[in-house]
Design a protein around this ligand. Structure first.
Ligand code: SAM
Length: 254
């Protein structure tokens, strides 16, 4: 009987030891995983992908994945941007779209029935422009032109509405592009802009490295508040990534 009791006890001790060894191994794997993940993010951040490469890769799937930010991550900001387009795209407007991609802004203008006189979309990515042309190339008053916003000059215009969605955060100096856009507006014309802004939520802090890898520079409030003619600034995403809808009616319009 004693022998049986001792055997059971030894078996129990062995099982507990095995279990705690398994737990220790699991704990060590988790710690190693976290370290590897952090090191991976660090390496990615140091070698950011260029927007040209990024959108060459992303172009074929860009339209199918768009609901990820339009309808999920930034739903309220996107609705506010669409509302601003509805308000500011007046009958007979000439519209310029900065970094038009596959033409999402034109799609929105058509969906809200905006009566356009002309639409010009500019973008540096040939594969994104090809997709836009495939969708809207038959529209006689729509044009899609290659342009690197960092170095090229904007079409002369003048425009009644200059829009941009989810692109200014790819530029090293978006303020400079906004200043030249302001010069292409007709008197009374407006800029309607949607972009990712810098914030301080835990989600933003944890995503910062991923943004850097994706060549995204979240725009600080002190920068966009100083853009010419900024009249309305709506900020979205208190707990998550921040997006801003900014309307500017620059007094310097020609
Ligand atoms: C997230 S997409 C947004 C496209 C579109 N505006 C939309 O709302 O779906 C960003 C776009 O910015 C363009 N882009 C990035 N850097 C650029 C630059 N320096 N000049 C022109 N376009 C640029 C990319 O090619 C891409 O089409």
């Amino acid at each position: 009987m004693r022998l049986l009791g001792a055997g059971l006890l030894a078996d129990g001790v062995r099982r507990i030891a095995r279990r705690s060894a398994t737990r220790r191994a699991l704990g060590a794997s988790i710690v190693l995983g976290v370290i590897e993940f952090g090191a991976g993010l660090n390496m990615l951040e140091r070698a950011p992908i260029s927007p040209r490469t990024l959108y060459r890769v992303v172009a074929p799937v860009y339209d199918p994945i768009m609901p990820l930010w339009r309808d999920w991550l930034h739903r309220d900001a996107t609705r506010a941007f669409d509302d601003a387009l509805r308000t500011w795209c007046r009958p007979g407007s000439h519209v310029l779209d900065l970094a038009c991609g596959t033409g999402a802004v034109l799609e929105c203008l058509l969906a809200i029935g905006a009566p356009l006189a002309s639409y010009t979309g500019v973008d540096q990515s040939a594969p994104m422009l090809d997709r836009a042309r495939a969708k809207f190339g038959a529209m006689p008053n729509a044009a899609f032109e290659p342009l690197d916003l960092r170095s090229g000059s904007l079409p002369a215009g003048p425009y009644d509405l200059i829009a941009s969605a989810w692109a200014l955060e790819h530029l090293p100096d978006p303020g400079q592009v906004i200043a030249s856009a302001a010069e292409r507006l007709r008197p009374g014309g407006v800029l309607v802009l949607l972009f990712e802004a810098d914030g301080n939520s835990w989600r933003e802090r944890s995503l910062r490295r991923v943004w850097r890898f994706l060549a995204v520079r979240l725009i600080p409030a002190r920068e966009y508040a100083a853009w010419p003619g900024a009249t309305s600034i709506q900020r979205f995403g208190a707990a998550g990534p921040s997006a801003v809808v900014l309307i500017a009616a620059p007094t310097t319009s020609t």
